[in-house]
Design a protein around this ligand. Structure first.
Ligand code: NBP
Length: 484
């Protein structure tokens, strides 16, 4: 009898192909299928040649080749294609079988699909997979959530193919019910937006403010990579800055300064507003891309809108170290805000998230992998009930150490007219968060003045509301429903 396969993967684009080869390397037999069936044969003839990968030419054939309970992983474009494939699979799967969506699906779709498939007797997992092509092939970070009964079916395969921490722990563990895995992946991608933006701002200030060359900045990033900033993104920045075009000039300076944003960063900001959590640094990172996209307008504006005509006159070496510290402090704020959202999402959607473990899932295999994540893991290990990363001793002490530099860097950038939206929004958040009394008393007074929205008093019980007839002309009726 023909040997049955351990798992099927539908979707033979870059992620699907590489995950299949990774599973094959770990001794699993995989059936490969793709909507455009010719890609199955191409795959078997090329990248999968000489492996144990089996090709299927229809979903029916694919399902017939699987061990029971069947496990089918979707690596197709997120959105409608996932629903389309689920509908096709339902015709052939049996109760107890399992579908895994490894694409970048929106967590609310995963909540919906988990429930729908449970009603149909099928176990469902929405797994965030991070690390791109290289990660998929050599070991991605995997963030599975969904129907927990499905986890034992795929646990061994996923842990085997995932990246490992420096201590050998798989960067893959169960995250939580229904959409939790895809939520954590969304948070990962959003934090990646923030990490990239703060690095770009540091580069901008060193380039324009200090006039440093790409080679000089390459050296600086190489040094920074030996500090607490040690991470994949600092490492690739170091390498990018050293990379020369055919004419010997740094390639990075010839790349068009225009970026798009379409997916998970935006989703995260929209969700943070729904949850009421101020993820200001990540928001600024997404908006910085939006501003960059206005290239033609910026060129015109640069000809008429003048900024300060001044040069940095201080200690350049000292400022480089200040920038490093400002980057580290801003990064701490970004992760703090990201984890604040995770806390609130757990409450809102009923997930039991293990925050230290989430940091560990990102420790390797994914784009935001860094030594820094160990500190987050340690903080939650020390205190699983930690409400905010800034309140952990380690992070508080690092911020104390970096704070003067952080302020100096932002003041310098403001004086020079160099935009640093993420650095400065991070500092504004920090100053707001540590402020026991914000000027919102005035805001509440204004709302009561123009809309009779009422206010509470610091010298009255918390459940008591007041309305003042501020002008003597208004009535005494307070607004009960209108809120802004
Ligand atoms: P793509 O996101 O480019 O999707 C291509 C695959 O989707 C092909 O197999 C294609 O089949 C299939 N597909 C499409 Br398009 N429409 C379909 C439909 N209506 N029904 C069935 N199949 C359909 O592939 P990818 O870049 O490998 O990414 C796969 C998933 O992983 C995505 O959700 C992506 O967001 C996520 N992801 C990607 C990366 C990355 O670095 N690329 C990283 C992490 C996560 P066809 O061949 O017949 O057109």
């Amino acid at each position: 009898m023909e040997k049955k396969a351990d798992i099927a993967v539908i979707g033979l684009a870059v992620m699907g192909q590489n995950l299949i080869l990774n599973m094959n390397d770990h001794g699993y037999t995989v059936v490969a299928f793709n909507r455009t069936v010719s890609k199955v044969d191409d795959f078997l003839k090329n990248a999968a040649k000489g492996t144990n990968v089996i090709g299927a030419h229809s979903i029916e054939e694919m399902v017939s080749l699987l061990k029971v309970p069947r496990k089918v992983m979707l690596m197709v474009k997120a959105g409608d294609p996932v629903d389309a494939e689920i509908q096709k699979l339902l015709k052939y799967l049996s109760p107890g079988d399992c579908i895994i969506d490894g694409g970048n699906s929106h967590f609310t779709d995963t909540i919906r699909r988990t429930k729908y498939l449970e009603e149909n007797g099928i176990l469902y997992i929405g797994a965030g997979v991070s690390g791109g092509e290289e990660g998929a092939r050599r070991g991605p970070s995997i963030m599975p959530g969904g129907n927990e009964k499905a986890w034992p079916l795929v646990k061994d395969i996923f842990k085997a193919i995932s990246a490992k921490t420096p201590d050998g722990v798989p960067c893959c563990d169960w995250v939580g019910s229904d959409g939790a895995g895809h939520y954590v992946k969304m948070a990962h991608n959003a934090i990646e937006y923030g990490d990239i933006q703060v690095i770009c701002e540091a580069y901008h200030l060193m380039k324009l403010g200090l006039g440093l060359s790409a080679d000089q900045m390459h050296q600086i990033f190489a040094e920074w990579n030996t500090t607490e900033l040690n991470s994949y993104l600092i490492e690739i920045t170091r390498d990018i800055l050293a990379y020369k075009d055919d004419d010997g000039e740094p390639l990075v300076e010839k790349i068009l300064d225009k970026a798009g944003q379409k997916g998970t960063g935006k989703w995260f900001i929209v969700n943070s507003l729904d949850l009421g959590i101020p993820v200001t640094l990540i928001s600024e990172s997404v908006y910085a891309r939006c501003l960059s996209a206005l290239k033609e307008e910026r060129i015109k504006a640069s000809e008429v809108l003048k900024g300060p005509v001044t040069h940095f006159k201080g200690d350049a070496k000292g400022l480089v170290e200040d920038i490093r510290k400002a980057l580290l402090a801003s990064k701490i704020i970004s992760y703090t805000q990201g984890f604040m959202c995770l806390h609130e999402a757990a409450k809102e959607y009923g997930w039991d998230l293990d925050y230290g473990n989430i940091a560990l899932l990102w420790r390797n295999g994914c784009i935001i992998r860094s030594a820094f994540l160990d500190k987050i893991k340690n903080a939650y290990e020390k205190n699983p009930k930690l409400s905010n990363l800034l309140l952990d001793d380690y992070f508080r002490e690092v911020i104390d150490d970096c704070q003067a530099s952080w302020r100096k860097v932002i003041m310098t950038a403001v004086e020079l007219g160099i935009p640093m939206p993420s650095f400065s929004s991070a500092l504004a958040f920090f100053d707001g968060y540590r402020c026991a009394k914000l000027p919102v008393n005035l805001l509440q007074a204004m709302r009561d003045y123009f809309g009779a929205h009422t206010y509470k008093r610091i010298d009255a019980p918390a459940d008591q509301v007041f309305h003042t007839n501020w002008t003597g002309r208004g009535g005494d009726v307070a607004s009960g429903t209108y809120t802004v």
